[in-house]
Every structure is written in structure tokens, then in C-alpha cells.
Ligand binder design. Structure first.
Ligand code: 5GP
Length: 114
């Protein structure tokens, strides 16, 4: 079983600034924020990358986006806008191999990403 830094955050073995939690998901502030708001939304289930998703994970992945929209509404930036990003493997820039959705907000974000 893979054991990443995010699994340790789920188990409360290392600290994190947690902003949302339910039975399936956890959301906490990124330790190295790339925007005024930078939150990571993760499933509690251990899934390494997008490539590892199974058909039974479809509802879970949808839930991560529902959590993002809820946080955007609750934190007041839903109308201004925000970005969600899920990186995959080396060329995608993935560094932690536990699935996570980045939620970035608080400034006008540029495109394309680097
Ligand atoms: P990735 O590059 O895999 O898409 O994103 C991983 C993210 O996790 C990075 O933005 C990085 O700053 C963040 N990160 C890495 N280690 C920790 C940690 O221990 N705590 C928190 N809160 N974020 C982390």
C-alpha cells in the first residue's frame, strides 16, 4: 500500500490547515500556495494518479469537484472565479502520488500554465 504525505495528513500524523472534511474527502491549504487561496482536495481512499482510477471511483472524483464548488461558495470566490487542476505523473507536474484536486483562487490566473 502506498503511504504518502497526504495519507499521513488524513491520519493526523502530520499537521495541516484543514478547511473541510467528510467521510470521503479532506481539504486543506497547500503548504506552498501558488495563489492567495490554494487548497488541496483529496479522497480519503488511496489512489495514486488519474491513471489508477477505476469505474467505481467516478462518483468519488465527482465529489471532489462538488467540494471545490462548495468551498468556493463558502469562501466567497465562486462568482469571481477560480481554477481546479489535477496533475498526473512527471510531465503533469505531479509530486505527491495520492490523487488531489488543486483549488486556486484570489487572483486572475494566467493561461497557459508553465
Ligand atoms: P502536485 O505537484 O503533486 O500536483 O501537488 C502537490 C502539492 O502538495 C504541492 O502544491 C505541494 O506544495 C503540496 N504539498 C506537498 N507536501 C505538503 C504538505 O506536507 N502539506 C501540505 N499542506 N501541502 C503539501
Amino acid at each position: 500500500m502506498s503511504d504518502t504525505i497526504f495519507d499521513k495528513i488524513i491520519r493526523r500524523e502530520i499537521p495541516a490547515d484543514i478547511v473541510y472534511e467528510d467521510e470521503q474527502a479532506l481539504a486543506f491549504r497547500d503548504v506552498n500556495p501558488q495563489a492567495p487561496v490554494h487548497i488541496l482536495i483529496i479522497p480519503k481512499k488511496s489512489i495514486a494518479t488519474i491513471n489508477d482510477l477505476q469505474p467505481e471511483d467516478e462518483v468519488l472524483v465527482g465529489h471532489l469537484f462538488t467540494v471545490a464548488a462548495r468551498l468556493a461558495a463558502d469562501m466567497g470566490f465562486a462568482e469571481a472565479g477560480y481554477r481546479t487542476v489535477m496533475n498526473c505523473n512527471a510531465d503533469g507536474g505531479q509530486t505527491v502520488f495520492h490523487l488531489h484536486l488543486h483549488l486556486l483562487a484570489g487572483r486572475a490566473l494566467t493561461w497557459p500554465p508553465g
